[in-house]
Write a protein that binds this ligand. Sequence first.
Ligand code: BTN
Length: 259
Amino acid sequence: MVREEARTTGTVNNLPTKFFGQKAIYYPSLTSTMDIARKESQHGATEGTIIMAGEQSMGRGRKGRAWLSPKGNIAFSIILHPKIEFLPFLVIISALAVARGIEKVTNLTTQIKWPNDILIGQKKAGGILIENELKKNKVLYSIVGIGINANVNPADKNYNTFTATCIRDELGVSMTRTSIIKYILTEMEAMYLGLPDHTDIVNEWRDRLITLGRKVSVDYSGHTLEGVAESVTGEGALVLRHEDGNSTVIAAGDVVPVE
Ligand code: BTN
């Protein structure tokens, strides 16, 4: 049962950030941290406020997919007020922060599947969903939702159709979630405050992408395109080279290797 009223407001202990996570609202159980973050944003939540969940009953992923978010995993959303020109970089800094956070705390190696799926050993261990509210040329708020399969592999319960894993399965022991969350918030805030300087960030993210140079199919605006994932632009869009030599620049989509 979802008891959204049972919330605790505070801060994440010993978090060395200026504002990311300095206000944290925790719900043992809720529908989706995205929905609560949206409500909090509409009621004037300060930038950096995070909404964390013990479990979500209606977690969502990109492209309207369900995101299964049982107890033991990591689910939180960060409220941001970025300049509009920073929007393309939210995908990049959040994916990098999650990849670095998992690696730092667990010593496991992660990969990123364009644009922001977090993989361990080619299996999905985390995902990021970004929802923006714009008015004319201004961002009213952005919500960055981060889900990590920490201690439960959703695939164990036939929850998700893609090949998934969880950190516990990869490590062989359960893990505490707070250290990863703290590291992600710290890394992400540092990159966010460094914008518009983004060259190093885009370079590191590009170097971690597993699909570059491979033949892929991309689900894009309701149809499927095939080609070689040749490169990414300075703002993170994928350059897909087709057999006829033409290319398509894709800002958002789903990539699947075909060979
Ligand atoms: C994806 O890979 O499709 C994105 C998954 C994003 C899941 C997170 S969990 C926290 C936040 N709340 C949600 O309902 N979704 C995001």
